[in-house]
Ligand binder design. Structure first.
Ligand code: P6P
Length: 329
């Protein structure tokens, strides 16, 4: 029977009570979630002061994605890695900002979790103060504890995820965590530095919203354009922030569907499978929604390389199925 929580419960209390429901648990996963929450608080503080702390703008470097690294990207990446590397729960981190997997020091090879992360998604929006966020996924390692983690610990289907979530830095900072306990949102009270349960047991509602960058519609498959046209005829509203975490969070809370289709310029799509598609698809399905790559379920995909791209159709299950069928037709 699913434990009921009243709003205002701290993240730590939520995690400890949930731990009590799993006698086999050792507390390592709770420790991992607390490390992620700490990184989220630190990044939130820096994001909120970026304009004052000389943290806006680019570093002048270009990352593995061929994108200009923003100062906050670098800070978020280092902060997230540091929060995970020395706690004994994590054996490897795969980051959008790192070409190769980051292996923790030999002392921590006992770590049983692998974490994938987009440290600061939407960072191109930082300078105009748009909402951005950190996206993460958690796998249990397959390789034996005590030895260095291996690529097979992370090049696996999204169905192997044991948890996923994001921290969204907007008008407030909200940590959304999906695990065996469902999808729950925690809002940071910066005056006390604690996350408090604010969105218990999130389920994607029905919503007449479609979210996509229509500037690219001339390059989309005909079926996608037909779906968008039908949405307009059905009185849907259009909402597009251009920051994946913000567009997904709105979809999770208000319903509707987010589309980032493949096109002739990006035939494999723009978004990343391992640390964007997988975590958000995990959350969407846990919240009663769906996520596909325009052909099949995102979580069924088996990535062949770390920074593999994917199209993404995610949100209300009936809308995702409708646009996926049209895209395939
Ligand atoms: P476009 C931000 O740069 C990002 O990676 C995602 O956060 C967002 O969903 C997408 O790209 C926006 O892409 O082509 O619409 O600017």
């Amino acid at each position: 029977m699913e434990r009921q929580f009243e709003e205002g419960v701290t993240l730590d209390r939520f995690l400890m009570d949930t731990l009590a429901d799993h006698p086999e648990a050792t507390g390592t996963f709770v420790n991992l979630c607390q490390s992620i929450a700490l990184a989220g608080k630190m990044i939130s503080s820096r994001v909120n002061r970026a304009g004052l702390a000389g943290m806006l703008g680019a570093t002048g470097e270009v990352n593995i994605q061929g994108e200009f690294v923003q100062k906050l990207d670098e800070y978020a990446n280092e902060t997230f890695k540091r929060s995970l590397e020395h706690r004994g729960h994590t054996c490897m981190v795969v980051s959008e900002e790192e070409e190769s997997p980051v292996l923790v020091g030999e002392r921590w090879h006992s770590g049983r979790y692998v974490v994938t992360v987009d440290p600061l998604d939407g960072s191109s929006n930082i300078d105009c103060n748009a909402t951005i966020g950190t996206i993460f996924g958690v796998f249990r390692r397959r390789s034996s504890e005590g030895s260095p983690a291996e690529l097979t610990d992370v090049l696996r289907t999204g169905r192997d995820l044991v948890a996923a979530g994001y921290v969204i830095y907007g008008s407030g900072t909200v940590l959304v965590l999906g695990s065996a306990s469902g999808v729950n949102g925690f809002t940071l009270d910066p005056t006390v530095g604690e996350f408090f349960l604010s969105h218990p047991r999130i389920r994607i509602p029905e919503g007449k919203i479609y979210s996509c960058n229509e500037a690219y519609s001339p390059r989309w498959a005909e079926g996608v354009n037909r779906f968008v046209q039908r949405a307009k005829e059905r009185g849907f509203r259009a909402r597009y922030i251009g920051s994946l975490v913000a567009d997904f969070h709105r979809t999770l809370v208000k319903g509707g569907v987010f589309l980032y289709p493949a096109d002739d310029r990006s035939p494999k799509g723009k978004l990343r499978l391992l640390y964007e598609g997988f975590p958000l698809a995990f959350l969407a399905e846990k919240a009663g929604g769906a996520a596909t790559d325009g052909r099949g379920a995102i979580l069924d995909r088996l990535p062949e390389e770390l920074h593999e791209r994917t199209p993404l159709f995610i949100g209300d299950e009936s809308l995702v199925n409708e646009v996926t069928d049209l895209n395939r037709s």
